[in-house]
Design a protein around this ligand. Structure first.
Ligand SMILES: [Zn+2]
Length: 401
């Protein structure tokens, strides 16, 4: 290890308690989304903890604050590091208290411990450590702490990017999985309502059963799986199956209210995951065509289609500058060659790639059970990631033309 690396390691070692304490303070504020609560409170806490030398601005959309902090070192290029401060609501079978963080060995339990309050602490403390060591990053640094990632990020990072409130050359999102993520799938979520005619179940011929109609339509749509599994993305993935687009039906079903009534309406949802080589509009057209055919063959039914969510897929070349620099930083800290991956869940990364048209990599601390019961993060991974982030910020490659 050279002198600089020694200095950084030593400083992280000294700051471990503070980094952990700040992660706990963030977990203690339940920023569950939905409904989207305590947003002002958590932004207040982050602002207080951030170095006062930074240029800090708060951009609110629909009363939801997004904090942007800039460290301008007069460099040609700017690296942006993003994290979201909202968490998914608690699930029902926690053994630990989700908002009273607890440590057991190397595990820190709490909602958001991995996804992604530890990431926010890493962002804040990597800057603090550089400032305290009097070391300047290789390029200008922008940080954003944004709302609503768990509900699509439109008022969060989406708002900042679309209004050009941040102007980076590359970006990192400290979210997702503990593997270098250079691509993610997109999602098209639809709610399909089949409308028939309700009647007393004792006289079936007087009604049109929306449930059986929906079953038939769902069966037809489900057959898309055979086609989709044959399509493979070129992106690197953990396993072969992740390379394919998918369709899942019935995440939510609504309809029927009594056993002796013919249901007049039945709804089910569709979750269609889209690989970077596809477009949402293509997936939509494919589904619409199948529904049109169903309507032609079953004219007794009416169909309503409601779009619940559209998030485009995103991918960054692993040989892009930020891809290489981040790869080097991970390799140095972990002392083994890391791999790239595409993940099936979508991230705010897509706003950087698709809207800001810049390269973006995502990477998260190691943990388990995110979005489930007893979410936790491995504590040593928080410190590893602090070092990875600092090494990335110091890489002179980032300031080259
Ligand atoms: Zn997340």
């Amino acid at each position: 290890m050279n002198h600089l690396e020694n200095q950084i390691s030593g400083k992280i070692e000294k700051q471990k308690e503070k980094i952990l304490q700040f992660t706990k303070e963030l977990i203690k504020i339940p920023t569950q989304n939905p409904p989207g609560e305590n947003y002002d409170k958590i932004v207040g806490l982050i602002k207080k903890e951030l170095d006062s030398d930074l240029e800090i601005k708060i951009y609110s959309k629909n009363d939801k604050p997004n904090l942007v902090a800039k460290w301008n070192v007069g460099a040609k290029k700017t690296l942006h590091i993003n994290g979201h401060y909202d968490v998914v609501p608690i699930t029902t079978n926690w053994k630990h208290n989700p908002f009273i963080p607890e440590i057991e060995g190397n595990k820190l339990f709490g909602r958001g411990s991995q996804d992604m309050k530890s990431g926010l602490a890493i962002m804040v403390y990597s800057i603090k450590i550089l400032k305290e060591l009097n070391i300047r990053p290789a390029c200008n640094i922008e940080l954003s702490f944004t709302c609503d990632e768990e509900s699509g990020g439109i008022d969060g990072l989406g708002f900042l990017v679309k209004n050009k409130l941040i102007k980076p050359d590359y970006a990192l999102v400290l979210d997702g999985v503990n593997q270098i993520t250079n691509a993610h799938k997109g999602v098209l979520a639809l709610e399909i309502t089949v409308i028939g005619k309700s009647a007393h179940a004792a006289w079936p011929s007087r009604g049109i059963n929306a449930f059986t109609g929906a079953c038939k339509l769902a069966g037809e749509l489900n057959s898309l799986n055979d086609k989709l599994t044959k399509i493979k993305s070129k992106c690197e993935t953990e396993d072969e199956i992740t390379k394919s687009p998918t369709i899942v039906l019935g995440g939510v079903t609504i309809g029927g209210n009594k056993f002796n009534t013919i249901p007049g309406e039945f709804s089910f949802t569709i979750d269609r995951r889209i690989i970077p080589e596809e477009k949402i509009s293509d997936a939509k057209t494919q589904i619409n065509k199948m529904i049109d055919t169903f309507k032609k063959n079953n004219p007794e039914y009416k169909i309503k289609i409601k779009t619940l969510l559209e998030a485009e897929p995103a991918s960054t070349d692993k040989n892009s500058r930020i891809g290489k620099v981040f790869f080097d930083a991970v390799k140095k800290v972990k002392r083994k060659t890391p791999s790239f991956t595409m993940i099936s869940g979508f991230l705010d990364m897509r706003f950087f790639v698709n809207n800001a048209k810049i390269d973006c990599i995502a990477y998260c601390a190691r943990g388990e059970n995110l979005h489930g019961d007893d979410e936790f993060v491995y504590i040593d991974s928080i410190f590893d990631n602090t070092k990875i982030l600092i090494y990335t910020m110091l890489d002179q490659e980032l300031n080259k033309k």
